[in-house]
Design a protein around this ligand. Sequence first.
Ligand code: BYC
Length: 311
Amino acid sequence: MKEQDKFQEKIEQDEKIEPKDWMPDRYRNQLIRMMSQHAHSEIVGMLPEGNWITRAPSLRRKMGLLAKVQDEAGHGMYIYSNTETLGISRQEMIDQLLKGEAKYSNIFNYPTLSWADIGMIGWLVDGAAMVNQTMLVKTSYGPYSRAMIRICKEENFHRKQGHEIVATLANGIPEQQEMVQDALNRWWWPTLMMFGPPDSNSPHTNELMQWKVKRKSNDELRQDFIDRVIPEAHQMGLKIPDPDLIFNEETGHWEIGEIDWDEFWQVIKGNGPMNHERLETRRKAHESGRWVREAAEAYAHKQKLQQQKAS
Ligand code: BYC
């Protein structure tokens, strides 16, 4: 049986493709694109939240936020390692990010203006990420699928802590209620954009679904999220900032107004409110970590020499 046929049969039988298996170049490159973007999103995603660690309103909230940001770093490292199994080095991926050649999630190019934004990132953004990542647990590439199992467990915890922050503010004094509603107004539409462009304008979806890399399309996942999150918002007394929002009794689904796709394309092209600052921060962090990488390399080299001497 030809390699291509064996590969196709595995996909059809829902067997996982593993790093040493033969795979079409296009499958490999699509995964490198998608997984490296995912890893970069986890790393850049630490910045808007990290911004609030020193200003968290209590020790308990500070500890929760510190742990969450640390988890995101772990997810980034984990997915970079996973992507390395496809034949690209972590250094190459990081260089692409720092040169501004790689994409990362649109959502992290918006500022975190108040403490309520931290609740929104947990409840709304991690909630959206989880809908997408729960689907990716079933992706056809073995290492990515296994990474998603662990990451989803942590993301679920993040979502709960975000929900607790949002619910507390929504139940608070009028100023807190106003602050949390303002945060929802700013994060709602960019969060819906996280699922990617509409299916009719998504160049990669068809191919990725044929290979079972993606199991659901961008619009299907967006709808799953909308149907889940709107009742939660209403339960907390929050208003969805969409004058066209209606519940369709016949289909049982919420229907939203028009998403501003021009804004999405602008943000992912590098023209969002925080794109420049996010990349500058990453570049500085990379530069100031240089001595640590060099010291680790020198230490590893010394260890190797000592082992060679001893044997
Ligand atoms: N942002 O054909 P399409 C997190 C790009 S982080 C930016 O639909 P595809 C968290 C897309 O790359 C979670 N760009 O693509 C971390 C493509 O451009 P290129 C991050 C986007 O791959 C810290 C073009 O638009 N999750 O949870 O079929 C704190 C056409 O798109 C976006 C992942 O990365 C976007 N939102 O579908 C808190 C999940 N959407 O590459 C939380 C893994 C699209 O041709 N990725 N583009 O230049 C995926 O599931 C899929 O790649 C996407 C896009 C659904 C994102």
